[in-house]
Design a protein around this ligand. Structure first.
Ligand SMILES: [Zn+2]
Length: 117
């Protein structure tokens, strides 16, 4: 069943330190495609930026290899959440504008062709 209405509980504020996720996968708004993400689905895991920041805080000498290893399973978790969300018509990433329009019922994901590639 596709999701047809949205409320504030469906989303949380997106905080990704140093825009690591944007750099890693070039994330963009699931609705309109711009790269200024303001909100993510509330079922989204901790951002890679937060995880990396915490790792740096704990061990400032952490190597790139160690960091890569550390974010491997969070990356998979994000992919799973995004796959699940697209199957139910829930945008994983939303810009400020689309977030407001979704909450106001002005746009619906199910109307859009979300096929990637
Ligand atoms: Zn948007």
């Amino acid at each position: 069943m596709k999701k047809e209405s949205f409320n504030k509980e469906d989303f949380k504020v997106f905080e990704d330190k140093k825009n690591i996720m944007a750099q890693l996968f070039g994330i963009s708004c699931s609705v309109c495609g711009i790269d200024e993400i303001a909100y993510v689905a509330s079922n989204a895991p901790k951002t890679i930026g937060q995880i990396a920041q915490e790792a740096y805080d704990e061990n400032p000498d952490i190597s790139d290899e160690e960091l890569d290893k550390l974010i491997e399973s969070p990356l998979e978790a994000w992919q799973e959440v995004d796959d699940y969300n697209s199957s139910i018509g829930m945008p994983t990433f939303a810009c400020d504008n689309c977030y407001n329009q979704l909450l106001n019922g002005e746009i619906q994901i199910s109307d859009l062709n979300q096929e990637e590639e």
